[in-house]
Design a protein around this ligand. Structure first.
Ligand code: FES
Ligand code: MG
Length: 573
């Protein structure tokens, strides 16, 4: 007879004498009977990012109860624990500054505690990558449960969601929308639990984990307020217990083909550019070789299939009713790696075999897509030797090949001071350049890359201009926006050398971004470059500035790449 493998949690709870007493006794103050510690029931950690400061995840205590029912039903023993929760809309100076910190919290909490498997409860933008990164560096059987998108908002008879914030802001700037109307729109937009309603970064991340095989089918699209989200949680609870018995670890799922699938699916969805940073960081945690050009190579084969904002017209809620992510994936199944293993124990292709599309306004086909161009364009050139990115599906076709005069903002304060100055020497053919918003420069690489246009050009009816920075853009943002310029200006990347009046050539079809100055002039500017002093402080920000890597490397800390496994040799007493 095959010997049953001893559960990891028994290295704590299965002990005799003093150690066993210490590991069990205090746990029993929660009213837990002794038999739960005897090694028959896998301990499932529920890694919960619930926080009232993270409104997108504020319904997670409820959702965790549904998850626990499934875990109990399957013979597991659920224990919930909190980790650092990053709310995109509240955290200053930017939630991205703390993604790596949260991932460290997650990694050490999982490794240090007696659990056999873990469910990661993720919602708002950074809560998914931070949890997946941390868990990947431990490598237990792990399943991701997302919180689901909000119901679509309605304002003045029109459907609205986060991508309208940028439109409202422009209308407010032009005096077309009053402060009172703003306040009404705020409540109308956020009318239910859940994360942002468009295919912003949160839904992009929920789709990413589904495409990677880390989540159950439909994880990405069931609305947070739909009772089927609780059913999904219940089923996730059942499945994680089985995964522990099968020893289905993260490293068995997170293989190179799974990453390729995630890139292709992101293109089909017109997902967020933040996807690039987070997927790169996750790949480096598990030792999968993935570089920036892979994002272009694999996404260029895929048109836009989902008609969801900001690349399309509708909302993630609508996408669920139309068949959800499985139906989207089915349209590109001939491009995907069929055999990739997933948390269901089945392959990706098996998971989606029965998917159906119920609405062709929402889900196009490969032959008749919503837009022919999607995915991520990776640019190279003397302005971005390590790359820069642009999302063609969010850009204006007439600007994809454009040469214009640079109008330079030295940092975010300079931009805010000048942008609406009527005397600013700028017209719609210019290229707006912002420096010092990269990982170290800001610090934390904020979502300011889709900088708002000058009021005087908005008043003329101008909707888009070429904008370039070393920062990021919200997943709900749009425009002809070049992001993630690497290396960043604050450490002497060539973006730092751009001067007002220089000509810049953007050539997306040929994947080029060029500062039109001679090599000799570039060298001269490099030699006279005086680095801006980085905002070193004590504490975490100090660590961040010392150890963070660049955009093309995923903005992770150098010392967090790779995994330390799940074994802890020493006891606590
Ligand atoms: Fe949390 Fe958009 S602010 S998902
Ligand atoms: Mg966002």
């Amino acid at each position: 007879m095959e010997e049953k493998k001893k559960l990891r949690s028994q290295e704590w709870y299965g002990r005799t004498g003093k150690d066993g007493f210490i590991y069990r006794s205090w746990m029993k103050n929660q009213g837990l009977p002794h038999h739960l510690f005897e090694g028959e029931k896998p301990v499932i950690g529920i890694c919960n990012t619930w926080s009232e400061f993270t409104p997108c995840n504020a319904h997670f205590r409820d959702l965790a109860e549904a998850l626990k029912k499934g875990i109990w039903e399957a013979g597991g023993f659920p224990l919930e624990f909190p980790v650092m929760s990053l709310g995109e809309c509240s955290i200053k100076p930017t939630a991205m500054l703390f993604r790596n910190l949260a991932s460290m919290d997650v990694e050490e909490s999982i490794r240090a505690n007696p659990m056999d498997g873990v469910v990661l409860m993720c919602g708002c933008d950074k809560t998914t990558p931070s949890l997946v990164m941390g868990a990947a560096s431990v490598d237990l059987p792990t399943l991701v449960l997302s919180g689901g998108p909000m119901l679509v908002g309605r304002f003045k008879g029109k459907k609205i969601g986060t991508s309208d914030v940028w439109r409202f802001a422009e209308e407010f700037k032009m005096g077309k929308l009053s402060q009172q109307e703003f306040i009404e729109a705020e409540a109308a937009m956020s009318r239910s639990v859940g994360h942002c309603a468009p295919m912003g970064t949160a839904s992009t991340m929920a789709a990413m984990v589904e495409a990677l095989g880390l989540a159950l089918p439909d994880n990405a699209t069931i609305p947070a307020a739909d009772s089927r989200r609780k059913v999904l949680a219940h089923m996730a609870g059942i499945r994680i217990v089985e995964m522990v018995k099968e020893d289905l670890r993260m490293s068995k799922i997170l293989t190179r083909p799974a990453f390729e699938n995630a890139i292709m699916v992101n293109a089909a969805l017109g997902g967020s550019t933040n996807f690039i940073l987070h997927l790169t960081a996750i790949a480096k945690r598990v030792g999968v070789d993935l570089d920036l050009t892979d994002f272009d190579t694999f996404s260029s084969k895929i048109p836009l299939i989902a008609n969801v904002q900001p690349s399309g017209e509708h909302w993630v809620e609508d996408l669920f009713y139309a068949g959800g992510l499985p139906a989207v994936m089915k349209e590109i199944i001939h491009k995907l790696n069929h055999d990739s293993p997933t948390v269901t124990g089945k392959t990706l292709a098996e998971n989606i075999a029965k998917a159906e599309c119920y609405d062709r306004n929402l889900i196009g086909t490969f032959e008749k897509p919503i837009k022919p161009e999607s995915g991520i364009a990776v640019l190279k050139g003397n302005l971005c030797p390590e790359g820069a990115v642009l999302k063609p599906s969010a850009a204006s076709p007439h600007l994809l090949k454009h040469t214009g005069r640079a109008v330079v903002f030295e940092n975010i304060d300079d931009y805010k001071a000048k942008i609406d100055d009527p005397n600013l020497d700028i017209d719609e053919t210019c290229v707006m350049v912002m420096k010092n918003v990269g990982p170290k420069g800001y610090p934390g690489m904020p979502e300011v890359g889709n900088m708002g246009l000058p009021a005087k050009l908005l008043a003329k009816g101008i909707k888009d201009m070429v904008r370039i920075s070393d920062g990021r853009m919200s997943g709900t943002g749009y425009g002809t926006v070049v992001l993630h310029v690497s290396p960043e200006s604050a450490i002497g990347g060539p973006l730092a050398f751009v001067q007002n009046g220089d000509m810049i050539e953007l050539d997306v079809p040929n994947r080029k971004l060029t500062l039109l100055i001679s090599d000799a002039e570039m060298e001269k500017r490099r030699e006279s470059f005086v680095p801006t002093s980085l905002p070193y402080e004590r504490g975490y920000v100090n660590l961040f500035l010392d150890r963070v890597n660049q955009a093309h490397e995923g903005v992770d800390f150098d010392f967090l790449q790779g995994s330390s496994g799940s074994v802890v040799k020493r006891d606590s007493h």
